[in-house]
Design a protein around this ligand. Structure first.
Ligand SMILES: [Zn+2]
Ligand SMILES: [Zn+2]
Length: 252
């Protein structure tokens, strides 16, 4: 399983893009970054997108992908998966024919470029050749993390979350954990209020796992605090822990 990091930043600056991980060529996890880095041919290969939650930094390039693929032609279509309230928010607030067209009816309702497919927490689904299981996590809006498994490789992505429980129970035997850390330790109160993690909070979350995976990848670091967060993560002294960067590729 190949994971290409299109975006893993909690801020937008040149070279730093919001969350999106491309799994092999057809499955995308979150949609903060698509057309900013993928050419037309690679955009046209995307068939399934798993959305963690409706915050703009996790969905914003869905809009241009739908438009691009519609223009490219009818054989290009993709399905967006997520918890029901997550998909409902995106439909109601973005693809509502005011902010952006309802691409689930374009070019027509029978063969649209975009389809919505709601998922239930803790149920496993076959999607694009992977076994995908969403788990509700603890964020300021309805949100899920995902376990994605194929043959002998698997990973968990926490999505945006504060301290949580359910998803960690599924972590036995995974090849990698991708987990958010947004703020430095001194901003723990802000992290608790906005339901994100600091390095110290991550250390407490890792204690809930049945075992520490061979690879722990940190995402969603706020750029302004990068140096401080990197230093505090190093203090966890976990050799398999690293901060991800745009363009990184991990072969699990
Ligand atoms: Zn969020
Ligand atoms: Zn976010």
């Amino acid at each position: 399983m190949r994971i290409e990091i299109l975006g893993c930043s909690a801020s937008c600056f040149p070279g730093q893009y919001p969350t999106a991980f491309l799994v092999d060529e057809h499955l995308l996890v979150d949609a903060g970054t698509i057309g900013s880095v993928l050419d037309a041919q690679r955009q046209s290969l995307i068939r399934a997108i798993l959305i963690t939650h409706p915050h703009l930094d996790h969905i914003k390039e869905l809009a241009s992908l739908a438009d691009n693929l519609l223009i490219m032609g009818e054989e290009n279509s993709f399905t967006v998966y997520g918890l029901d309230p997550v998909l409902e928010s995106i439909k109601q607030h973005v693809f509502n024919n005011t902010i952006w067209p309802d691409f689930s009816r374009l070019p027509n309702a029978y063969s649209p470029v975009l389809r919505w497919s709601p998922l239930e927490s803790e149920r496993s689904y076959p999607i694009c050749g992977y076994t995908v299981t969403p788990f509700g996590v603890n964020h300021s809006v309805a949100a899920a993390g995902y376990k994605i498994a194929r043959e002998d490789a698997s990973f968990i992505f926490s999505g945006d979350t504060g301290p949580t429980e359910l998803i960690w129970k599924a972590a036995a035997g995974i090849s990698a954990l991708i987990v958010e850390v947004s703020f430095p330790n001194e901003l723990e109160q802000l992290a608790v209020k906005s339901l994100h993690l600091t390095p110290a909070m991550l250390a407490r979350e890792l204690e809930k796992l049945p075992e520490i995976p061979p690879l722990v990848l940190v995402t969603h670091v706020k750029s302004s605090y990068y140096g401080q967060i990197a230093k505090e993560l190093a203090e966890i002294t976990l050799t398999q822990l690293e901060i991800m960067h745009e363009g990184n590729v991990y072969n699990l």
